[in-house]
Design a protein around this ligand. Structure first.
Ligand code: NAP
Ligand code: ZN
Length: 347
């Protein structure tokens, strides 16, 4: 077994600290990856804090992994040493389900999360990408197009696919008015992807402080949700809203911005319940929906789409010693627009 270096939380809300652990012995269908960069997703913070109640400690977060293949098992056919690859939010899934429903395996039981899950058939926790290496089954490794820089491509593995999947599912494209609620890591990817798909994009942010960026990234309109006038002006005007907000907010107010048959898709995952008024959806036959990351097939499709359109995240690169400070800045909505950890700083 190979020794890996990383950063872990040892208890709920504990600061992350250096941690040495073992990666599994590579099997014949495994790919060994030297992790170069890993994005900081807000989910990492929810998980470190045990905000959703399912965290396993020690917890090495990180599911926006970009790196280089250093070894492949005898049965691996799609990757070779030196390839640029990514790993997202899950590293295995129920084989039966995956065979039955290869396009939606993230919704099937038996999903093995990249961190805070368990190695299949064992009580060993899975450890994520805030580390220098990872061993992953070939079927869960993604190919990163060569024209995309690894650091800025890393966030595509979660933020990118989490917005790409609902945009595709609800058919974002020319003629569709798409609202992106929250201009953080997920939200800024939503602006870029929806624009590249041909939709007309409106950003709904707490303030106008990031308006210039939103318009530069592809939004046609940018409104402050702290301004009551926004809700009268946009009432009944949007086809699709994707909510990336990590805290509980009044979804009813945003449902009122949808047209007849419009859909409000929840991807942001607050730790507390959010009450919904029946009359926020009844009168205009509106839908309230959710969406979780994307399948491996769809994630590869998204990476190829980003390769063709030259889409990556806007990032701020940090060293491992800055992870705890970066968490504070994410919680304060002070990130433009994704922190990415440079794993070379693990030393
Ligand atoms: P992030 O970078 O922190 O962005 C969240 C944005 O929400 C902030 O930038 C802010 O945007 C807005 N916001 C935060 N607090 C708010 C409040 N109290 N009221 C109104 N708006 C607020 O986080 P992220 O990494 O994009 O993740 C967002 C959420 O999605 C998290 O809950 C995460 O766990 C979840 N997530 C879900 C999936 C999935 O598969 N469904 C995948 C990944 C992440 P403005 O400053 O523009 O207002
Ligand atoms: Zn994530």
């Amino acid at each position: 077994m190979a020794i890996a270096k990383g950063y872990a939380a040892h208890a709920a809300s504990a600061p992350l600290a250096p941690f040495t652990f073992q990666r599994r012995e590579p099997r014949e269908d495994d790919v060994v990856i030297a992790i170069r960069y890993c994005g900081i997703c807000h989910s990492d913070i929810h998980m470190v804090d045990n905000g959703w109640g399912a965290s396993v400690y020690p917890l090495v977060p990180g599911h926006e992994i970009a790196g280089v293949v250093t070894a492949v098992g005898a049965k691996v056919t799609r990757f070779k040493v030196g390839d640029h690859v990514g790993v997202g939010c899950f590293v295995d899934s129920c084989t039966t389900c995956a065979q039955r429903d290869v396009d939606r395996e993230q919704y099937m039981p038996g999903l093995v999360l990249t961190y805070s899950g368990f190695e299949p058939g064992s009580s060993t926790p899975t450890y994520g990408g805030y580390s220098d290496s990872i061993v992953v089954k070939e079927g869960y490794v993604l190919s990163i197009p060569d024209n995309l820089p690894l650091d800025a491509a890393a966030p595509l593995l979660c933020a990118g696919i989490t917005l790409y999947s609902p945009l595709r599912h609800w058919k974002a494209g020319p003629g569709m008015k798409v609202g992106i609620l929250g201009m953080g890591g997920l939200g800024h990817m939503g602006v870029k992807l929806a624009k590249a798909m041909g939709a007309e994009v409106t950003v709904l942010s707490q303030t106008l402080s990031k308006k210039e960026d939103g318009l530069r990234l592809g939004a046609s309109h940018y409104y402050a949700t702290s301004d009551a006038e926004t809700f009268t002006r946009l009432a009944g005007s949007l086809d699709l809203i994707i909510c990336t907000v990590s805290s509980p907010i009044d979804w009813n107010a945003y449902l009122s911005l949808l047209k007849v048959d419009g859909t409000f898709v929840v991807v942001g995952a607050p730790e507390q319940p959010v009450p919904v008024n029946a009359f926020a959806v009844i009168p205009h036959r509106r839908s309230l929906a959710g969406s979780m990351i994307g399948s491996i097939k769809e994630t590869q499709e998204m990476l190829d789409f980003c390769g063709r359109h030259g889409i990556v995240a806007d990032i701020e690169t940090i060293g491992v010693a800055q992870i705890n400070d970066a968490y504070k800045r994410v919680l304060a909505s002070d990130v433009r627009y994704r922190f990415v950890i440079d794993m070379a700083t693990l030393g």
